[in-house]
Design a protein around this ligand. Structure first.
Ligand SMILES: Nc1ncnc2c1ncn2[C@@H]1O[C@H](COP(=O)(O)OP(=O)(O)OP(=O)(O)O)[C@@H](O)[C@H]1O
Length: 342
């Protein structure tokens, strides 16, 4: 955006917002602003955002206004370690095996937790197949930096997100290995998450270096393991449980995804991958069973369209709401929110 265009838009802003403006971009009718909200309480932040949105939405060439707030305050339950960045509580979502629906589950869990009233952020740490940018409809966004740290990208669903896909060109992330990947992951996790109560982190599948880096460096408050009901997936899920146990990360429980299929034509229920295996395995491992998410074409279609089912109404949204409530309660048990409110 040209400087005069920037200044013209800036001049439209209420004076307090103009003073706090760190960056402003206008791309394809979407105005993205970053405001420094230091010293403001939640109500003042909302007032600031509303004021900005109102004036910019009146402009003919602006269809959407996205506002990100940054602030220099400490926050989160893991604050208090002097010299270390304050971090929200991290829920790591892992699976032993690829393709079991870990990313689908992570985004819907994040949205469902936000609907329960938590402030939730989502980090896509899946360097080999980042998908959260698409799942939240933010593929065309690039994060800006403030004070050398990335500012999470706002999504339509109230869950800000950062993904490896936001930092790379399509396909590039696949070639990332070792220190480069660890460096990029650190940037995503050490971004401006200070407003979040909880950070859902979508891990890559398996039990390799990236998972270990996150475990050791960022100490998740808890882990959710996703599996389909087949034996092979469950064997791998057991490995993921062991990885977290070794890293002393409490396992909040196991979720069975793609559990039971209801034919959209005849209504008959079938179990292409079996059913109930994860619950039995959770029982055997002595960990909680967090619930079942059915195999439903609506979940796949809505995911592809960047509209998480958990944001809507109906049986699938209810399934994710129930899952989120269990995850929230387990998290409270192992890592209560500071001040006791969640
Ligand atoms: N419950 C479900 N019902 C229907 N489709 C689903 C369900 N869960 C996941 N899918 C679909 O399965 C595919 C794989 O899901 P997803 O990408 O979430 O898996 P993943 O475990 O994160 O995979 P990867 O290991 O490759 O990152 C996607 O097309 C997704 O839309």
């Amino acid at each position: 955006m040209a400087t005069d265009e920037f200044e013209a838009l800036r001049a439209l802003l209420p004076a307090d917002a103009a003073q706090r403006l760190s960056s402003l971009r206008l791309v394809d009718g979407v105005a993205t602003l970053v405001l420094d909200a230091s010293g403001l309480d939640a109500r003042q932040r909302v007032a600031l955002e509303t004021g900005v949105t109102k004036v910019l939405e009146r402009e003919g060439d602006i269809n959407e206004v996205r506002v990100a707030m940054t602030a220099d305050r400490e926050g989160g339950a893991q604050a208090g370690d002097p010299g270390k960045l304050a971090m929200p509580r991290i829920i790591a979502v892992g699976s032993g095996k690829g393709g079991v629906g870990k990313s689908t589950l992570s985004v819907n869990l994040a949205v469902a937790l936000a609907r329960l009233g938590l402030k939730v952020g989502l980090v896509d740490a899946d360097i080999y197949g980042p998908s959260q940018a698409r799942l939240l409809g933010t593929e065309d966004e690039k994060p800006v930096a403030h004070d050398k740290r990335l500012v999470p990208i706002a999504s339509r669903w109230g869950v800000p997100v950062l993904s490896m896909a936001h930092l790379t060109k399509a396909g590039q992330a696949l070639a990332w290995r070792g220190p480069m990947a660890a460096g990029a992951l650190t940037q995503l996790l050490e971004a401006h998450w200070e407003d979040a109560d909880v950070l859902v982190v979508d891990l890559p599948p398996g039990t390799g270096d990236v998972q270990l880096t996150i475990l050791h460096k960022f100490k998740p408050a808890g882990a959710v393991i996703v599996s389909t009901p087949q034996d092979l997936a469950l064997i791998d899920a057991t490995r993921a449980v062991e990885l977290f146990a070794k890293g002393k990360v409490p396992v909040l429980g196991l979720v069975e995804n793609m559990s039971g299929y209801i034919c959209p034509h005849c209504g008959e229920e079938s179990d292409p991958f079996g059913c109930g295996g994860a619950e039995a395995e959770a029982d055997r491992l002595g960990i909680a069973f967090l619930g079942r998410i059915p195999l439903d074409i609506a979940i796949r279609k809505q995911s592809d369209a960047g509209v998480p089912v958990a944001a809507g109404q109906g049986a699938q949204a209810d399934a994710f709401a129930a899952l989120a409530a269990r995850v929230r309660d387990s998290l409270e048990a192992v890592a209560p929110a500071s001040g006791g409110a969640a």
